[in-house]
Design a protein around this ligand. Structure first.
Ligand code: OVM
Length: 407
């Protein structure tokens, strides 16, 4: 057997177009849209020799691979490393990187902690925090929309909602980035991330313990499931780790990318100001348009076919969600940000049994932020060109100096 990037290099059909591209090239990670367009153009699947993997970026096939957990498993990792042949950087997530039937048990517990009802109880405090922050930013006038707003807000409200007593902004944001960079190949981003892990991981691990958590919050609900015998104490800690892995950078990026969309499309921002109820649809459309999680892998558990294209057992498949969300076959005026679109079915939050379990929380955070922005901010002006922060799985801004003008 041949191994490339710690997975099995399968002998894929000669009918699949070969594309000698590096999807993890820093220039592509910073500006992925031309890569997405060429990926869709070349075929439903392409074979990428340097990583010995398939990639897909058309909507229908990406959705099929992503949602069929039996043929395209997550238990062998959702990055390039195949956990059946190599050891991951940390113990696998017990919800993301597992399959049913085990997955069903952990997913049930974490879904309960993040239920619509649990999230609705946070609405007022999210709104109050968003108002406070936006008022401060309006006073300052000019600021970095990444550090001062899109990182500041989730870091203020989410760890508190989990029940953390201690908040370390850098550790929380960097832990997510390390986890998402770990999904890529053995490149500079993944190595730099792992080098940072030794400082961050002990702090994160300590926060996941029962004693570190407040008696009310998402974490306490998870530990209550351990008390009820549904999961073990150790599994409860691992599910809190999942919250801290997946709950910060994702919402930071979703909020930041939405501000970018509104700043770049003042006509759409005018529509939001005229109807603050468009706060959620404006966020949803930004998820489709910018795909904060640009790609995740699956591994074929058997010889199979998608749309008539043969895929051998053990093949790693890069599912380019960012491309599927811009596929003209699926979306009218796919390359435009239109807040009234209501892009039902986009893949930015995944689909199927592994679909984002925190999406209620993410939407509640975004609704709080963009409702108050709609009501209080008259204009969002870019001070200079925003820059992007390359990551092997996340499409996020690095910095974005903006001015908020009062209504
Ligand atoms: C996890 C997890 C879930 C989603 C994304 C993610 C690093 C991690 O369960 O730890 O990204």
């Amino acid at each position: 057997m041949q191994f490339v990037e710690d997975h099995i290099a399968t002998a894929v059909s000669h009918d699949i177009p070969v594309w000698d591209v590096d999807p993890y090239d820093v220039e592509i990670l910073k500006n992925p849209v031309p890569f997405y367009a060429e990926l869709r153009e070349r075929g439903a699947f392409v074979y990428i020799p340097r990583y010995a993997m398939l990639a897909c970026g058309r909507f229908d096939e990406t959705r099929e691979v992503f949602s069929d957990w039996e043929r395209f498993v997550s238990s062998r990792g959702v990055g390039l490393i195949d956990f059946s042949v190599a050891k991951p950087w940390r113990a696998p997530s017990i919800v993301l990187e597992v399959d049913p039937p085990y997955h069903t048990r952990t997913r049930t517990v974490i879904a309960r902690a993040l239920s619509p009802r649990a999230v609705s109880e946070l609405k007022d405090s999210f709104a109050a925090e968003a108002e406070k922050l936006v008022d401060e930013l309006l006073e300052i006038g000019e600021f970095d929309a990444v550090g001062d707003l899109s990182e500041a807000f989730p870091v203020k409200v989410f760890p508190a909602a989990v029940g953390l007593q201690e908040i370390n902004k850098r550790a929380l944001v960097d832990y997510g980035a390390v986890g998402f960079n770990a999904l890529g190949p053995d490149n500079e981003l993944r190595r730099t991330g792992w080098a940072k892990a030794s400082e961050i991981v002990p702090w994160i691990t300590a926060q996941c313990k029962r004693e570190a958590l407040l008696p009310a919050g998402f974490g306490a609900t998870i530990y209550a499931a351990a008390d009820a015998g549904e999961i073990t104490e150790e599994e409860a800690g691992m599910l809190v780790r999942s919250l801290l892995s997946a709950g910060v950078d994702t919402t930071v990026t979703g909020i930041g990318n939405t501000i970018w969309c509104l700043a770049e499309n003042p006509g759409e921002f005018e529509k939001l100001k005229a109807d603050p109820k468009l706060a959620r649809p404006a966020f949803e459309e930004a998820l489709r348009y910018t795909s904060p999680v640009h790609s995740f892998c699956r591994t074929a558990s058997l010889d199979t076919a998608v749309n008539g294209i043969a895929i051998p057992k053990d093949t790693k498949i890069l599912c380019v969600l960012g491309s599927a969300n811009l596929d003209e076959r699926k979306w009218q005026r796919a390359n435009r940000y239109e807040i009234e679109r209501k892009p039902v079915g986009h893949l930015a939050l995944g689909v199927g049994i592994h679909g984002c379990v925190g999406q209620n929380v993410a939407r509640a955070e975004a609704e709080a932020v963009f409702t108050v922005i709609a009501k209080k901010v008259g204009a969002i002006e870019l001070v200079d060109a925003p820059t992007w922060r390359p990551n092997n799985a996340i499409h996020a801004l690095d910095s974005m100096r903006v001015r908020f003008l009062k209504h």
